[in-house]
Design a protein around this ligand. Structure first.
Ligand SMILES: Nc1ncnc2c1ncn2[C@@H]1O[C@H](COP(=O)(O)OP(=O)(O)OP(=O)(O)O)[C@@H](O)[C@H]1O
Length: 584
């Protein structure tokens, strides 16, 4: 192992810069619309056909009325009445189909968004989970996607909903151009109403979703800390803290209803005024024999359809809500996942090298130009006071994070150049608090490794005895096992042993074990992973003593590098393990 205190050759950041800029909310919704393109087209056709039947109906009714009034036998009135009845029936059928298609399209889009975003968040790993608090992340992935999901159906419906009033204005013009002109005089007020409504709604929805995310974040924190809250008997105080965003949520919700109410009230006032103006103009034209009674009837129906702002307000509101939710959800895509290269590793090896790596967090340098080399098959213990940068260094070694400067290489290959699969099979991890993923204990230990490795790995990690004592042994569902911190860590270690990569990174993974078990596992670590390179973040002198070399970190820099026995002579080094005996 080598160490130099000077910066090594500094290479460009091997970080995860995205190939293209992160897509915004609208881009995500456009992608969702493309995904549901066929359904959107079908929906557009259905709503257009619905608009068509709605527009034809007044004409058919007008013709039926004219026919009844002009001939003693009613002329072809029955013919037009039949057409009107058919239009009503077709309109109802189209409405029903539209309802079903709207619902299923929204459900499919929500599923697609969830799939895409969950995959993205898990691909991005700790980068995403440090930027977004857990509760907020879940709120965006569950609630945000459900609110954004109806976007394609809403866009398709809105496009067709616009057709009805526009078609009605054209139809008014066809009945008599002057009627369309009368209507258009009031149109700017209508446009202003819709624009104001859309802006105010967008603002309220963003505020509402923010407050909802805040509530979810606080709730998740409280659930995670339920034991502490119970021990401190602070449930009342914590309930108040969790629910603190409720007034803001309620304020934004009420504001949204007020905006909607004002827009509807405006529409309700404006619409009858415009309808009366059109009917009055049509009445005058009737008096001057420029219109028939049937045309007056049709014109009055078209005036109603042209002022159908109610439907527009609803659809526009839905579109604004889905866009706001889409924008908020798409913020998850702002954190790009790491890029992987195409390189493979040589058949054998395990040389780990950190060259001049610097990591900054929240504007602070937490690792400062660190150079380290761990030859294949050797064990490096990383020690240091709390906050020295040990976990950050461990995360770099397995590429759970990328350095801001410098390079991490495995067998001479920079980690970002490696294929995802190569990196995955080469590096195994164990953490201080492992999470039991998978359905059963066997699943959680294997986590992708061959099943026949599960039991030997559990034996090596001293997990086998307590697993076998469970009624269903390795088949016990993870959710049914109450585990102590030490048992949990043994399962995490078993998982790392089962993985069997050439590099094993143990980040404080032995801290909850009693001294005897820790001693046994440390010995098993060498037997069970022969040839593997091991990087062990250690808090105990006994763990450091078993390593070939110790890297002593202080303030993000390597203060010293060497065997534990030699470093132990330094009182400052001994102070790192304050309270422990001898160099073990
Ligand atoms: N996402 C982050 N944002 C801001 N600061 C961070 C972040 N991650 C780590 N840090 C800071 O970087 C420093 C090093 O953290 P790290 O977890 O590597 O320390 P450590 O030596 O492993 O500490 P411990 O022994 O207590 O686990 C700490 O001061 C920590 O607060």
């Amino acid at each position: 192992m080598t160490h130099s205190s000077t910066a090594g050759p500094s290479s460009p950041e091997g970080g995860p810069a995205p190939a293209a800029g992160p897509p915004g909310g609208d881009a995500l919704l456009r992608a969702a619309i493309r995904h549901s393109a066929a359904r959107c087209v079908a929906l557009c056709l259905l709503t257009t056909a619905g608009a068509g039947t709605a527009l034809l109906l007044p004409h058919a009714l007008g013709r039926a009325l004219d026919a009844l009034l002009t001939g003693p036998t009613g002329g072809d009135a029955h013919h037009w009445l039949l057409i009107s009845a058919a239009l009503v029936a077709v309109g109802t059928l189209l409405d029903a189909c539209e309802g079903v298609l709207t619902g299923t399209t929204a459900a499919r889009t929500t599923a697609w968004l969830r799939h895409r975003l969950v995959r993205h968040v898990l691909d991005t790993g700790p980068r995403a989970t440090t930027r977004f608090p857990a509760g907020d992340l879940v709120a965006r992935l569950v609630g945000g996607t459900a609110q954004a999901g109806p976007a394609p159906a809403t866009v398709a419906a809105l496009a067709a909903t616009l057709l009805t009033p526009l078609g009605a204005i054209v139809a008014l013009g066809l009945v008599d151009l002057r009627l369309a002109l009368v209507f258009l005089v009031g149109a700017p007020a209508l446009a202003w109403l819709l624009r104001t409504f859309a802006r105010a709604t967008s603002d309220c929805v963003s505020g509402y979703l923010r407050a909802q995310g805040d509530l979810a974040t606080r709730l998740t924190e409280a659930i995670g800390g339920a034991r502490t809250i119970a021990a401190a008997r602070t449930a009342d105080k914590e309930t108040a803290r969790v629910l603190a965003p409720l007034p803001e949520l309620s304020r934004q919700g009420l504001r949204m209803w007020r905006v909607q109410g004002r827009a509807s009230a405006g529409a309700v006032t404006l619409a009858p005024l415009l309808q009366i103006a059109v009917i009055a103009a049509a009445g005058l034209l009737l008096l001057h024999h420029s219109l028939t009674v049937g045309e007056l009837l049709a014109a009055s129906r078209y005036a109603v359809l042209a002022t159908g702002v109610g439907a527009l307000v609803g659809d526009l509101g839905a579109l604004v809500r889905t866009r706001a939710a889409g924008r908020r959800t798409a913020e998850l895509l702002d954190v790009p996942p790491p890029r992987y290269g195409d390189d493979e590793l040589p058949a054998y090896g395990g040389d780990l090298e950190l060259r001049g790596v610097t990591v900054r967090r929240a504007g602070r340098t937490v690792l400062d130009r660190v150079d380290l080399t761990v030859p294949a098959g050797r064990t490096l213990a990383v020690v240091g006071a709390s906050g020295a940068g040990k976990s950050t260094l461990a995360a770099l070694a397995g590429r759970l994070a990328d350095p801001d400067e410098g390079t991490v290489l495995l067998d001479g290959v920079p980690l970002p150049d490696l294929r995802r699969s190569a990196l995955r099979s080469a590096v195994g991890h164990a953490f201080e608090r492992p999470v039991l993923l998978g359905d059963t204990l066997a699943d959680t230990i294997a986590l992708g490794a061959p099943e026949d490795r599960v039991v030997p790995a559990a034996r090596a990690a001293r997990a086998d005895p307590f697993v076998r004592r469970l009624p269903d042994g390795y088949a016990t569902p993870c959710a049914d096992v109450p585990l102590s911190g030490g048992e949990l860590q043994r399962l995490g270690l078993a998982r790392a042993f089962a993985h069997g990569g050439r590099l094993l990174v143990l980040d404080d993974a032995l801290s909850s074990l009693d001294t005897v078990t820790e001693h046994e596992i440390a010995a098993a670590l060498l037997d069970h992973t022969p040839g593997a390179t091991r990087l062990i973040v250690a808090h105990r002198a006994t763990t450091a003593a078993r390593a070939d070399t110790v890297a002593w970190l202080e303030g993000g820099r390597v203060r010293a590098l060497g065997p534990h026995e030699r470093l132990w002579r330094d009182p400052a080094y001994r102070a790192v393990f304050a309270g422990e005996d001898g160099p073990a």
